[in-house]
Design a protein around this ligand. Sequence first.
Ligand SMILES: Nc1ncnc2c1ncn2[C@@H]1O[C@H](COP(=O)(O)OP(=O)(O)OP(=O)(O)O)[C@@H](O)[C@H]1O
Length: 800
Amino acid sequence: MSVEVDRFNDSDVEIQVEQDFFDLAVAERTRANAWTDTSTWSGGTAAERRGFQRIRDAKTAFSDDDQVAHGSITLEDGETYHVGKLPVFTEDRDALVVSWQSEKGALYNQASYSDPRGLTAKRAIVAPRNKVLSVVDTIFADVQAKVAELRGESKPDDALLSSLESSRDGSMSDIASTIQAAQDRIIRSDKDQLLVVQGGPGTGKTAVALHRVSWLLYNFPEELKATDILVVGPNPTFTRYIRQVLPSLGDENVVQKALKNLLSPGITAVGSYNDATAELKGSAIMLDLLATALDDRIREPVDPVTLRLRNSGRSVDLDQRAVSERIRQLRSEIYVSGRSMLRDFLVELAGIELKLLAGTTAAEMLDSKALDSATDRMWPQLSAQQFLRELLGSKERLLRAAPMQFLAADIETLHRPSADKVSDEPWTIADLALLDEANELLRGEPELFGHIVVDEAQDLSEMQLAAIRRRSRTGAMTIVGDIAQSTGPHASDDWESTKSSLSSNLPVNEATLEHGYRVPREVFEVALPVLKVAAPGVTPPRIVRDSGVQPRFTSVDEGQFHEALVEVIREHAASGRSVGVIARLEQWPEIREELKATDSKWGESISGQLTSAINLVTPEDSKGLEFDAVVVVDPQDILNMPRGERFLYIALTRTTTFLDVIYPSGRLPKIFDTESTESESSPQLQGDMSGFRETVTEAEQGIEQPESLTGSHAEAATEPTSGRLEETVVPSIATPKATAPSQSTQESLTPPAAVRLSGAALRGVQSNARILLDELVEISPAKHWESVVAELARLIEESR
Ligand SMILES: Nc1ncnc2c1ncn2[C@@H]1O[C@H](COP(=O)(O)OP(=O)(O)OP(=O)(O)O)[C@@H](O)[C@H]1O
């Protein structure tokens, strides 16, 4: 049996020891940064050489203020190693700090309750700008690890908790210092595979995928350069949101692109969701249609081919059969090369016919414009846009190219009148993948990458997956997403079609991330009934933390809706929170008006730019993003979208702490009905918090009506209500489903006032105590509970 105990080791001695170490390491790092040439050094292990190389490459990525190490590990033999983002060596090439990507550095994140990986302890070090403020020691001893192992759970440590509770500023940060063991296994799994990672909202899929990129670059420098890796995101807003993570790990120059910019750079798509056309255009059957349609543009001549000669009224006739024969040979070539070879052949044939005088060439004698037009008549010069426009604009062309399985109705679905000019063509998101395929048929392979990461991959059509697959050199990819958040016209209920669209001869593996880090328990309880309807087959994430803040539901009279909404938004912004206001685009004009009227500044997801304060976000754009506070505007409106339940689930799970749901009076969707949802409990939530989930009895239910909107979440946090929804009514219209405070088990664990623990320390104690309590309750009959209580008291005392 083993137990993990977190100790806040605030002793001055320990802090001074660490400070001395930090001073030395910072000095060595500065000295190493002054080197201009490390190439002459060829000694040491491969890992050390990579370390040196990395120091040189990362010079621009790290400032002197960057924390030189985020923790340390102590091995069973007593050796201690500090772990940081960048290795640091002394002049004698001793490693002072090992990189988190190295084998030794990995142990810091890999060690867990059930598997300490040969560590006796690890220490998290808080040292902003390299000034050591505190250290937290995790001691791996026998009893508690066994408890955790039996429960199959991982308890968030304090470093993780404080990272999760830190406020967000509109762009994602790295997690190198708090990677969890299960995440670490995915980050370091085999390079040569197609790896699909499924995980609920906030389980760290994006973070894991990006850290995997960093790990690959560190460990396979010969095979993978930063420019060999492609990270594909769902839209430019998301790409902007994540773009700082890799540079903050020292990895600049990785290509990070939104799908539409990858497929057809420079073309603005006027996207359409969920219509039959998008669905058909996304299906793999379009691959056949496009190939046949392009081939159909190549015509064999029915008469001799006549070419005019330069500066004379004369021409030369070429044998129609010879030209046709050559065209048949060239059809299998890439389109543009085939055309160029045909043109060369016409010149060659003309040379034979013309019986050239010595010193002259056929190319000189032929009129080049006439030669081009003759070639064009058989093999037209086409851009991808021209080809697709002419195909979609002609039922005859579509009909000739249609594969067997096509119905007449499919032709109608695809057909659309062409715009007057190619540049005016109203391309849709679905067209971009068709243009990409057309480009490949016309010009051959696009730029290839050694490893491709795709985020939010659950929404991709077969055509989009084909476009990604063709950019992969070997098929090695990391694909992350959540089936429950799959919403487009290609929404699927499993990963099978994704795997088969992307597969190569490399192994295909699927991994799952189970723990939800972003969303606190209070919020997930609200999202859970929505998930059950949105994706009944999907297992909910195991939520790792409570925030102590209850979600707030606010009903407002129609006439005052936007005024009240903006008041809620401004309340969050005034507290320095990043705010995501998730509303359908149709609602935006009125929200904008009201924000303007109150002199507020805000960012908009449709422009791709988020701010660290107020942001207007569409449900579609909200995928992958997160904020300190989320305001969901008129949930019924979101439910009315196609796949509305999934969009609502996504919207509700974007917050790290505060959730406001605001709706016009009488429009609270039934899905939030507390009575119908309260009776169904979540096995996952129970699994995580058994014995601690607050249940609301009939007697406890009541109508709580705070007086005005000024009641804040912060107040709710200091005086926790155990009801599921905190409901605010503006103006004073009664809403039926609010609940009154009840005594929660969490409250009963609060230590006496004399024990002064920081918030994170207290939660650490409570969390340890909970695990132990559950375990003891399970194995002890009720008469032994006295000893359980004594054990709790001891734990609290020990953690002071
Ligand atoms: N080990 C960790 N340490 C610290 N923070 C973490 C850890 N794992 C995840 N997080 C944080 O949790 C949040 C959610 O992570 P991320 O965006 O990667 O989740 P996701 O699974 O991609 O979510 P979604 O499905 O909603 O896009 C981020 O703020 C991330 O930094």
